[in-house]
Design a protein around this ligand. Structure first.
Ligand code: 13P
Length: 247
């Protein structure tokens, strides 16, 4: 499984970042899945720069600009340069801050151009009785994949993060049965863009209140390839317990 810890802005001290990195290193060394951590940009630079372990690094976001006169922007080139291999793109917390699908596409393209694997976040705000949320997800995926070449499409990871499930507790997360349906649905959309066995090779992650108490059931009931974990990845004991729960 691919388990990505999105530290968001929960981790502000370097001491805490180092402690969490040490936990991630132990989990990765024990062969507990592919462990990726996504610290804040300063901590990413500090930790990834000296990384000699099998932990991999993701940026939480990149700029839609390619550099130059763009004060405050963190570019794909800059995060790739310090050793990140993934980047989270289109997270709902970025979209809520005004990020459009057009900007998400630019970021995906910049990531790919710099050899980074984009983790494309999609997800509905709420579920409606008419199931319009399914069309919303299809649009979010299609707008990006249509613009990519067949080779580029193979390089992305899709993270399904329903907004209604983010930042709550395991009891309010998606049910294993619903997750199974959503993974099948997303995989079906991907087959329209990746013929043959292409779509089956794309990693689909789930994010939204994944904790040690629900990760095993979510993994067991669906063909999910991994998880994008928020708050539970920012506590050393919780993250360790969560990863071990699916080992
Ligand atoms: P939580 O695990 O805190 O719900 O966050 C999920 C998420 O947004 C990960 O990117």
């Amino acid at each position: 499984m691919l388990i990505v810890g999105n530290w968001k802005a929960y981790v502000e001290t370097l001491e805490k970042a180092k402690r969490l990195y040490a936990v991630a290193k132990r989990l990765a060394a024990a062969g507990h899945h592919e462990i990726v951590i996504a610290p804040s940009a300063p901590h990413l630079g500090f930790l990834a720069g000296g990384n000699r372990s099998s932990v991999e690094f993701a940026a939480q976001d990149i700029s839609s600009s390619l550099g130059g006169a763009a004060t405050g922007e963190v570019t794909a080139g800059a995060v790739a340069g310090v050793g990140a291999t993934y980047v989270i793109v289109g997270h709902s917390e970025r979209r809520a801050a005004g990020e459009t699908d057009a900007l998400v596409l630019q970021k995906v393209q910049h990531a790919l151009a710099h050899g980074l694997v984009p983790i494309l976040c999609i997800g509905e705000r709420e579920r409606d009785a008419e199931a319009r949320y399914l069309a919303h997800l299809r649009t979010q995926i299609s707008l990006i994949l249509t613009a990519l070449s067949p080779q580029e499409r193979k390089k992305i990871v899709v993270a399904y993060e329903p907004i209604w499930a983010i930042g709550k507790s395991a009891t309010e997360a998606i049910t294993p049965t619903d997750l199974n349906e959503m993974v099948l649905y997303i995989r079906k959309i991907l087959t329209e863009f990746l013929p043959g066995k292409g779509a089956s090779k794309i990693n689909i992650l789930y994010g939204g209140s994944v904790e040690s108490g629900n990760i095993r059931a979510l993994a067991a009931a669906s063909s999910i390839d991994g998880f994008l974990v928020g708050h539970a990845s920012t506590d050393a004991a919780s993250f360790g317990a969560l990863v071990k729960a699916v080992t």
